[in-house]
Design a protein around this ligand. Structure first.
Ligand code: CMP
Length: 143
């Protein structure tokens, strides 16, 4: 087991539907600790930069438009195998394909409005955390 950190975002639909607490409850129940958090209204440039790897995808424009449509809650989660644990909690990107009991199967409306984002690898987690947080923003809970 490896102690990891991952970046998580409660997306505009999750915030709008008052699901921040429900999502955090699932993180905490699974043993993930919130070590940094910030509510933000993303700018166009911030959303485009965050999803730059998807720039050439047909859904990019709509994805960015949706991500700036309202506030998001951005957090860093810490715990054993945090990256894969968070992905298990989220379920598949498309809620129709997500396992029952996952955040997306239980709470998401569509592949776009899918309540949460989570880093897909330890390497990407490092970059995504650095995109939103300075090292001094993190409050390690493992001491
Ligand atoms: P996320 O994990 O935040 O990463 C990129 C996002 O693009 C993804 O979740 C989806 O919400 C969104 N998206 C919209 N359409 C698609 C699609 N056809 N395939 C994959 N992701 C999509």
């Amino acid at each position: 087991m490896a102690l990891e950190r991952t970046l998580s975002i409660v997306k505009p639909d999750g915030v709008q539907k008052n699901l921040i607490g429900e999502v955090y409850r699932r993180f905490e129940q699974a043993g993930l600790r919130v070590v940094a958090a910030r509510m933000m209204q993303l700018s166009q440039a911030q959303a485009e930069g965050f999803y730059a790897v998807h720039r050439e995808r047909p859904f990019f424009k709509d994805l960015v438009k949706y991500m700036v449509s309202g506030p998001v809650m951005v957090q860093v989660l810490e715990g054993e195998n945090a990256v894969s644990k968070n992905r298990e909690l989220m379920g598949a990107t498309d809620p129709k394909k997500a396992d029952k009991g996952t955040i997306r199967a239980d709470l998401a409306a569509s592949i776009e409005e899918n309540v949460v984002h989570g880093s897909d690898s330890v390497e990407n987690a490092k970059n995504e955390i650095a995109y939103f947080f300075a090292a001094a923003d993190l409050c390690p809970r493992t001491r």
